[in-house]
Design a protein around this ligand. Structure first.
Ligand code: RP5
Length: 161
């Protein structure tokens, strides 16, 4: 039987996918399987509850949660599972993601959410951070992550052209 994906990528809306694809793509490049789902804190609260309470038993090791606006998804998931939750503030139309960022980052002591940058950079870095967490127990993944970083370094020219 196939092993379950270690990383769940969840988002509040279909409209978040363009951003959250950055996390999926970098994890795919690092050969880390993902399970991508739409889970809305406000529109599908029962789905959120069922996902978060079952996430550890489903075999997930890390949850990446992206949402915009009144972005309660990462914090609510973190309140319902002991798994590490990485929050990605999606850039909102009204407030350019400042609302998303503040909603996700200001968690009360006791329920952490590892909050990344607003938008695509945050999504990519959430993927890389999830890989780094998994790599503490996976030497092959650690090597792939080091190679990814080395390739990134090699692409930086000494001087601007
Ligand atoms: C949030 O509201 C979602 O995470 C999304 O970023 C934002 C807007 O959602 P849509 O109105 O585009 O579905 O729940």
């Amino acid at each position: 039987m196939a092993r379950p994906a270690p990383v769940a990528i969840i988002m509040g809306s279909q409209s978040d996918w363009a951003t959250m694809q950055g996390a999926a793509d970098v994890l795919d490049r690092l050969e880390v399987a993902t399970d991508v789902r739409i889970v809305s804190a406000h529109r599908t609260p029962q789905r959120l509850f069922d996902f978060a309470t079952g996430a550890a038993d489903a075999g997930f090791k890390v949850v990446i949660a992206g949402a915009g606006g009144a972005a309660h998804l990462p914090g609510m998931v973190a309140s319902l599972t002991h798994l590490p939750v990485l929050g990605v503030p999606v850039q909102s139309r009204a407030l350019s993601g400042q609302d998303s960022l503040l909603s996700i980052v200001q968690m009360p002591a006791g329920i952490p959410v590892g909050t990344l940058a607003i938008g695509e950079a945050g999504a990519v870095n959430a993927g890389l951070l999830a890989a780094a967490i998994l790599a503490t127990h996976d030497e092959g993944l650690a090597e792939r992550l080091k190679a990814y970083r080395a390739a990134q370094t090699a692409k930086v020219a000494d001087r601007p052209s």
